[in-house]
Design a protein around this ligand. Structure first.
Ligand code: SAM
Ligand code: DTB
Ligand code: SF4
Length: 314
């Protein structure tokens, strides 16, 4: 039975400690509860994007400090993947600032990159905008493990954040990825001025997908100067804890990733997120274009929390 609006909202509104208890119980039942996945991000194609996502420094609609750059070549990307593996990441996530994947040389290059990264022996994830089923199938054949395509916010709030595509466009790509047999990574952002209902509705849409996404990144907005959301106030870290806990309860088997925005969180806030069902983080000094915590700080946080990093599948 799909989750109803009321059910999800009731869960979100539970007393925080009761919600965390439930999330923790669900987490323990479905996961190795002291294990955290490390994922490294790399921007393969940076900036100059046609879409107008209000949060994004890479959109060509806004003046930000991100300048469009040349697409990285296969060798450079593979070298980054090798380094990510050496540093202990088990997933390598690559971004292309595109509205959609177009057939042609750039897509063929993406396929070569995926093949090269897979030879390194690390999970490969791509995020590059909309894809057709045929394209997703070719990515799968090249060895791609996951495709990231975030819903970002609720259907109701979508148009206040992005005008150049629709929520249904987003769902269509997720369907194409699923049909092609590539796993789905899809989540969203809090801190963009959305209501609590918007947050709940976004999680409800994700949780009602059949099957549910294998991985759900929860991002806190990184406000970037020049974007329409550049002046947004920081979120209350406990709201992030709540989002993660609700995601964990609604999607017991999913990997929930504590994603962008960690540089503004204390160690304690991050630990609460990890306690409430998050079992994955982006690891390494940079997200796509904005900073992420230093590796040593993350390793000491995990160590102090008594958590282990996930080991590569043998
Ligand atoms: N162009 C592709 C797309 O939008 O699907 C892939 C790259 S895009 C940068 C990937 C995701 O990064 C977005 O869906 C959004 O959730 C997240 N993101 C981008 N800018 C962000 C910011 N300033 N703060 C938090 N998350 C952000
Ligand atoms: C996701 O949900 N967050 C990552 C990844 N998936 C691609 C990207 C965060 C980007 C934050 C802004 C930047 O660094 O440009
Ligand atoms: Fe940024 Fe992706 Fe939106 Fe392009 S489609 S503006 S890269 S979030």
């Amino acid at each position: 039975m799909p989750f109803t609006r009321q059910e999800v909202r009731a869960l979100y509104d539970r007393p925080l400690l009761a919600l965390i208890d439930e999330a923790r119980a669900v987490h323990k039942k479905n996961h190795v509860d002291d294990e955290v996945q490390l994922c490294t991000l790399l921007s393969v194609k940076t900036g100059g994007c046609q879409e107008d996502c209000a949060y994004c420094p890479q959109s060509s609609h806004y003046e930000t400090n991100v300048e469009p750059e040349k697409i990285l070549d296969v060798r450079a990307v593979v070298a980054h993947a090798r380094r990510a593996k050496e540093l202990g990441s088990t997933r390598f996530c690559m971004g292309w600032a595109w509205r959609e994947v177009k057939d042609g040389p750039a897509f063929e290059n993406m396929l070569q990159i995926v093949k090269g990264v897979k030879e390194v022996g690390i999970e490969a994830c791509v995020t590059a905008g909309m894809v057709t089923e045929a394209q997703a199938r070719r990515l799968g054949e090249a060895g791609l493990d996951a495709y990231n395509h975030n819903l970002d916010t609720s259907r109701e709030n979508y148009r206040s954040i992005i005008k150049t595509r629709t929520f249904d466009d987003r769902l269509r790509t997720l369907e194409n990825v699923r049909k092609a047999g590539v796993t789905i990574c899809s989540g969203g952002i809090i801190g963009m001025g959305e209501s609590i209902d918007d947050r709940c509705e976004m999680l409800r849409t994700l949780a009602n997908l059949e099957p549910q996404p294998e991985s759900v990144p929860i991002n806190a907005l990184v406000p970037v100067e020049g974007t329409p959301l550049g002046d947004m106030p920081p979120i209350d870290p406990l709201d992030l804890v709540r989002m993660i806990a609700v995601a964990r309860v609604l999607m017991p088997k999913t990997r929930v990733r504590l994603s962008a925005g960690r540089t503004s969180l204390t160690r304690e806030a991050q630990m609460l997120c990890l306690m409430s069902g998050a079992n994955s983080i982006f690891y390494g000094e940079k997200l796509l274009t904005t900073p992420n915590p230093d590796e040593e700080d993350d390793l000491s946080l995990l160590r102090d929390a008594g958590l282990r990093t996930m080991q590569p599948a043998t």
